[in-house]
Design a protein around this ligand. Sequence first.
Ligand code: E4P
Length: 215
Amino acid sequence: MKIFIDTANIEEIKQAQQLGLIDGVTTNPTLIAKEKRPAYEILEQICKIVSGPVSAEVISQTSLEMVKEARELAKIANNIVIKIPLIKEGLKAVQLLSKENIKTNVTLCFSPSQALLAAKAGATYVSPFIGRLDDISQEGMQIIKDIKKIYSNYQFKTEIIVASVRNPMHVVEAALIGADIATVPFSVIEQLIKHPLTDIGIQRFLEDYKKIPSQ
Ligand code: E4P
């Protein structure tokens, strides 16, 4: 499973990159706003650090405006992927952009029916938001299973990005289901690495090492 980092923070991206873990980046207007700098400047910088796909979201609400905005965003770098919301106008825009070979990530997907339509429209990626479904007492991971089944039934090429990831178990479950990608906040990447028994084990080995006679 590919791992993307879900952030617009340059320091976090650099740190995750150093771990050799990052296959791509996803951003959204909320994540960009946290950085308090112009969006284009941030996206340009991210694309210089990461060679994999970098998702940048449109804010337009009509298909023609979305396409116009997407074309501008796509000029930033070759690895920019355009995030389009899963609404009627968004599906129209995805179709138009796929004809121009501009890659799309259909975002704010909350159901298998929406994911089916994203794939039919020609989306490169679809992002089901599992954490936000969990938040309203609906099991988010179930839609990943359903979308995976639907896509494999009809050999859709659209890749599933498990999004709105809140904890390490979301990542493990995504991998068990066979999702293509999980986009993970930096804090969860750190949680994935850590295990208390690893820390206790290191401590014990270091203490025991001191007991080994030098000659
Ligand atoms: C995905 O592409 C989104 O940027 C993100 O995963 C949303 O996560 P949230 O529900 O924690 O805001």
